[in-house]
Design a protein around this ligand. Structure first.
Ligand code: SF4
Length: 352
């Protein structure tokens, strides 16, 4: 046992030494062993290290507020075991067709008035089809972008041509989560492959849209699966601009309805490791926040989370409402992050 601890310390120290030497360096060549050594660091040391990286690369105390709206709910042909929107599971989610343009713009305006600077629209599709619904989504993207909100979509798999159309409409980011590690993936989803996810991410990057990609913990995966997912994200040719870390919200009627809620320490470990590996990314404390106390959320912010989703629903699952979050911001002295900040810093501004 002593030998194992000594070996771990040696690995961890060598990673930290390498990192201290190159604090300014953004790495895409992390080895699996390095990622595992960081992930397995004792939690207080991990939290401390992540906070240091966070201070070096991000504005401490600044948190972006985002809103996620389901523009087309339910009836999805995929079989993601965690998702109440899959048509094959019997859940309480009420399916609806694509929302009307005016309703979406009204919701975006409400989100903006309540402090959101990113507005994400989700549709329960396997992939985008070139049809009138996609044309309608392109109009929604134009409309939301004209409100000076960072506009994001999550619409399933897409081709490079479709990504380019979204970019032309003013899309800022595209969400496509890896969900979990590659080896565990087929335990959770059988209707598509891990490489399909990676291809979509590549199409998004090729269209010069920023990538939002992360995953969910609490699906029954092991730590090794979590490390695998973080390693894949951190070794993409370009790190995702945004990394959502979700805790499973077990929904009755899905195959994962009886899964135990993950502990806050598991969330902190994921967030902190993501922060260290991808210092410039926005790390988003996403699903599962409804179950967390302010103290637990504060620890997640210390670990490097710098974004939350606001509004009473996160697609279909409950989420803290705007007022509760305002109170938390006041109590913790957090400041909301403005829209397009990354572009303002680099001087590259997207033209909506
Ligand atoms: S997660 Fe997305 S792709 Fe999977 S079943 Fe739900 S809506 Fe469909």
């Amino acid at each position: 046992m002593k030998a194992t601890v000594a070996c771990f310390e040696q690995n961890y120290n060598s990673v930290i030494f390498a990192q201290n030497k190159s604090m300014a360096e953004i790495r895409n060549n992390w080895t699996r062993e390095e990622v595992a050594a960081i992930f397995n660091t004792p939690v207080m040391a991990l939290l401390y290290r992540a906070a240091q990286v966070h201070h070096a690369y991000q504005t401490t105390g600044e948190v972006q507020v985002c809103t996620l709206l389901s523009v087309k709910t339910g009836g999805c042909p995929e079989d993601c075991a965690y998702c109440p929107q899959a048509a094959r599971y019997h859940t309480d989610v009420e399916a609806h067709k694509l929302l009307e343009y005016d309703e979406v713009i009204t919701k975006a305006l409400i989100a903006k008035e309540n402090g959101s600077t990113r507005f994400c629209m989700g549709a329960a599709w396997r992939n985008i089809r070139d049809n009138k619904d996609f044309d309608a989504v392109l109009e929604m993207v134009k409309g939301v972008a004209s409100l000076d909100l960072e506009v994001c979509c999550t619409l399933g798999m897409l081709t490079e041509e479709q990504a380019k159309k979204l970019k032309e409409a003013g899309l800022y980011a595209y969400n496509h989560n890896l969900d979990t590690g590659e080896n565990f993936y087929e335990e959770i989803i059988t209707t598509r492959k891990y490489e399909d996810r990676l291809h979509t991410i590549e199409h998004v990057q090729n269209a010069e849209i920023s990538v939002c990609s992360g995953g969910i913990i609490g699906l029954g995966e092991t730590d090794n699966d979590r490390i695998d997912m973080l390693h894949t994200l951190a070794t993409l040719k370009q790190h995702p601009e945004s990394v959502p870390v979700n805790a499973l919200v077990a929904v009755k009627g899905t195959p994962l309805e009886n899964m135990q809620r993950v502990s806050v320490w598991e969330m902190i470990r994921m967030i902190a490791t993501a922060r260290i590996l991808m210092p410039k990314a926005m790390v988003r404390l996403s699903a599962g926040r409804n179950e967390m106390s302010i103290e637990e959320q504060a620890l997640c912010f210390m670990a490097g989370a710098n974004s939350i989703f606001a509004g009473e629903k996160l697609l279909t699952t409950p989420n803290p409402d705007f007022d509760e979050d305002k109170k938390m911001f006041e109590l913790l002295g957090l400041k909301p992050r403005e829209a397009y900040k990354a572009d303002k810093l680099t001087g590259v501004l997207i033209e909506p």
